[in-house]
Design a protein around this ligand. Structure first.
Ligand code: FE
Length: 218
């Protein structure tokens, strides 16, 4: 669903975010201190096991990341049947590939074409397809990106160094806790003959959010 149709949709997030509630006012402003304060409180009350927290952080830092999404994109560039399937309904194949889980229960793949460039935001907080892209970058969660990419997407994309041709429309997708989006970028010229392993290296995280394009590996 596009931005307009999700504006009135349900939106709830598991991640901590910026909604103003009295509870938030009790926490220090710096994110790291807030996390530490919350962790101390939860562990102290016996609500979470510190070892479980360590395991989650290890999983996010060392095992989950944009390479998983890149594997999906490279496969879509080389396998037309796979590409058609994930554009119709990504979940059966993502489950097959072991690329589902928390924050990625329902992923929709949107395809860039010469006519349309897709870009993803979460206007209310920071919903993001974790099993495919890892944890969201700080800018994705910033007030500036969330507000401005909707109002002036071309201007924001230009600040990322992405200047789109005027004839290419820009479509902004607003993520929710129910639906997260993965952009399928166009396969770049000059990659003919590369296999999926080589193609994976071209797929940047930002290309899968829509704030960048695939790039030749350094
Ligand atoms: Fe969100």
């Amino acid at each position: 669903m596009g931005l307009d149709s999700t504006a009135q949709g349900r939106h709830r997030c598991i991640m901590p975010h910026d909604h103003s509630t009295p509870g938030h006012a009790l926490l220090p402003p710096e994110p790291e201190l807030r996390v530490k304060a919350l962790e101390t409180l939860l562990v102290g009350k016996g609500l979470v096991d510190p070892a479980a927290l360590d395991a989650i952080v290890d999983q996010m830092q060392n095992h989950v990341g944009p390479r998983a999404g890149a594997r999906v994109i490279a496969r879509a560039w080389t396998d037309d049947a796979f590409r058609a399937r994930i554009l119709a309904d990504a979940m059966p194949d993502l489950i097959d590939m072991g690329l589902t889980g928390a924050q990625g229960e329902h992923v929709v793949v949107v395809e860039n074409t010469p006519e349309v460039h897709n870009v993803v935001v979460c206007t209310l907080c920071s919903c993001y397809p974790w099993p495919l892209l890892g944890v969201p970058p700080a800018w994705y969660k910033s007030d500036a990106y969330r507000a401005r990419v909707v109002r002036e997407p071309r201007g924001v994309l230009a600040e990322f160094g992405l200047n789109l041709p005027s004839e290419q429309a820009v479509r902004v997708w607003d993520s929710t806790a129910e639906i997260r989006y993965l952009v399928l970028p166009m396969r770049p010229d000059g990659t003919e003959g590369l296999d999926t392993d080589a193609l994976e290296a071209w797929v940047t995280r930002n290309a899968m959010i829509g704030t960048g394009l695939p790039q030749a590996p350094a």
